[in-house]
Design a protein around this ligand. Structure first.
Ligand code: ZN
Length: 193
């Protein structure tokens, strides 16, 4: 940030009194511009036909990671709940009609100032189509997932958690669990041992 959004005066980075980290502070009107993580919300749309379980992925038509595959997800909007965001993003990116279930994964990505959340969902019909932010939308069984072409680590983790839970449930019954994970830079990972 270079200029104050209140008065357009240049801002500078300093630690305000009673604070402990640098903030953008306006030298003219004194506004402190706090910056906090953004929420990225998505769904795991699942189509199950006689035990053949497939997940709907979107091929990205936008940067970053143009041409790579992702679960439908995007930035949460103001005035919206997390479930509304998951439904909206799934509709916008995949044109998919889903029934939303419980929260399935929560992943912190501190170095990009994001928290990602994915809800498990049932695909209600096969009437889906790529939205403007997708080049293609397709169902994948576990063996068909293009692991090397997955756009983001949070999506790869979520897909791995999902198929691991699915295999466990098929083997011994039970239910899906909530999975959490911190996606750290290699530097921070080694610092934290
Ligand atoms: Zn200002």
């Amino acid at each position: 940030m270079k200029f104050c959004s209140e008065c357009a005066h240049p801002v500078s980075q300093l630690i305000p009194p009673d604070d402990n980290r640098p903030r953008y502070v306006c030298g003219q009107c004194g506004t402190i511009h706090y910056q906090n993580p953004k929420m990225v919300i998505g769904s795991i749309p699942v189509w199950d036909h006689e035990g053949d379980t497939r997940v709907l992925l979107c091929k990205r038509a936008i940067e970053p990671r143009y041409g790579y595959w992702t679960l439908p997800a995007g930035f949460m909007e103001n005035e919206e709940t997390t479930t509304e965001a998951a439904l909206r993003e799934t509709q916008e990116e995949a044109g998919a009609h889903i029934e939303l279930h419980e929260l399935f994964s929560l992943l912190n990505v501190p170095h990009v100032h994001q928290v990602h959340m994915f809800y498990r969902a049932t695909l209600l019909d096969l009437d889906f189509a790529a939205g403007t932010e997708s080049l293609d939308v397709k169902l994948f069984s576990e063996s068909e997932i293009p692991w090397k072409e997955i756009a983001f680590p949070t999506v790869a983790y979520t897909l791995k958690f999902f198929f691991t839970d699915l295999a466990r449930i098929r083997r011994e019954g039970g239910t899906y669990a909530l999975h959490t994970r911190d996606v750290l830079t290699p530097m921070r990972q080694s610092a934290e041992g």
